[in-house]
Design a protein around this ligand. Structure first.
Ligand SMILES: O=C1O[C@H](COP(=O)(O)O)[C@@H](O)[C@H](O)[C@H]1O
Length: 339
């Protein structure tokens, strides 16, 4: 199985790496540079395209690659769309494939780009500014961290760490219009979210409080309900929540804790609305910034931003993780994905 890692390029990282996982043996086979590009901190892999965050010297934007060879995962750079301003921290292609959207952590912006009929990002169309702040020292202003399409495909939801809120937006004639906002607990710092399978509930992972917030969802509006900690009750040191991913079988949810350096595993109830924490497993590295689950649901791969290693876990029948011996070196890894 071929996959990709997006990395910072502040130290030794090159941008985009491709790796091969031997799924029979349960070990990494190879890792090599796929594209040298500045700070490819998030990727969206869609059909034969990879869209990557790109940070130019004074400009920020998106690079489009073609997956030139599906056997090897070789990439071919097509073009980039760079404009004045910061670079994003998350991006996504809309399901109609007409737009790409990114979020800028530094400024709290959500930006809309045009995608042409070759699947290439060509132009930045609009910028939406999220407003607000929060009580934590890292909440001096808005810090937009994530954007996704809602399951009804009507809206986009942006998650803002600095303003403790979710903002629902609609694309109207190439512009981003606000539809609704949902405040979460002050100081929690929401980072990423996933929806359940029926599309009427979301799980939001917070960076500042390392918690999963369950929230009902209907027609652009979120209503927060239960909150679940991802850390052991007796842990009182520094930790920052990072990624949240659901298992393809819908029964389990996983989140990573940076500082505590662990992945918390939750069992999801039949309705896809309530969680039970069943494991907190050390990741065998420092700063598990991202991880992902192979499409067959058999393995979890975790990328560590500070210890520069990829760690492989078996996902057991009951959802728990068992670490494998096999590891691979990737500098400054911040995104994990698959072909
Ligand atoms: O999770 C995090 O992400 C933000 C945004 O990433 P950036 O590459 O756009 O800076 C980062 O600043 C923050 O330190 C980190 O915890």
């Amino acid at each position: 199985m071929i996959g990709y890692i997006g990395t910072y390029t502040k130290e030794n990282g090159k941008g985009i790496y491709r790796y091969e996982l031997d799924t029979e043996k349960g070990e990494f086979k190879s890792v090599e540079t796929a594209a040298e590009t500045p700070n490819a901190t998030y990727l969206d892999i869609q059909n034969d395209r990879i869209y990557a965050i790109k940070k130019g010297k004074t400009k920020g934007g998106i690079a489009t690659y073609e997956i030139a060879d599906f056997e090897t995962g070789e990439l071919r750079f097509i073009d980039d769309c760079l404009e004045e301003g910061g670079s994003g921290c998350h991006l996504m292609l809309t399901s109609d494939q007409n737009y790409l959207v990114d979020t800028v952590y530094g400024s709290g912006e959500v930006r809309l780009y045009e995608v042409d009929d070759r699947g290439v990002v060509t132009d930045r169309l609009d910028v939406f500014q999220i407003e607000g702040d929060g009580p934590h020292e890292r909440q001096d202003g808005p810090h937009a961290h994530f954007v996704t399409e809602t399951p009804d495909r009507q809206y986009l939801t942006a998650v803002d760490l600095g303003a403790d809120k979710l903002v629902t937006l609609k694309i109207e004639e190439g512009r981003l219009e606000k539809v609704a906002e949902c405040k979460v607990a002050p100081g929690s710092g929401p980072r990423h979210l996933v929806f359940n399978e029926t599309g009427d509930f979301a799980f939001i992972f917070t960076e500042l409080s390392n918690e999963v917030i369950g929230a009902a969802y209907a027609d652009g509006v979120f209503t927060p309900e239960e909150v679940y900690s991802a850390l052991p009750e007796d842990f009182d040191d520094h930790s920052q929540g990072a990624a949240i991913r659901k298992h393809p079988n819908r029964k389990f949810l996983y989140v990573s804790n940076r500082g505590h350096n662990s992945i918390a595993v939750f069992k999801v109830d039949e309705e896809g609305k309530k969680l039970e924490r069943i494991q907190i497993e050390p990741t065998n590295g420092d700063w598990p910034r991202d991880f992902n689950i192979t499409p067959d649901g058999a393995y979890l791969i975790c990328a560590h931003e500070r210890s520069h290693n990829l760690v492989l876990f078996d996902i057991n029948e009951d959802g728990t993780l068992t670490r494998r011996e096999s590891e691979a070196e990737v500098p400054e890894g911040v995104f994990v994905g698959f072909l």
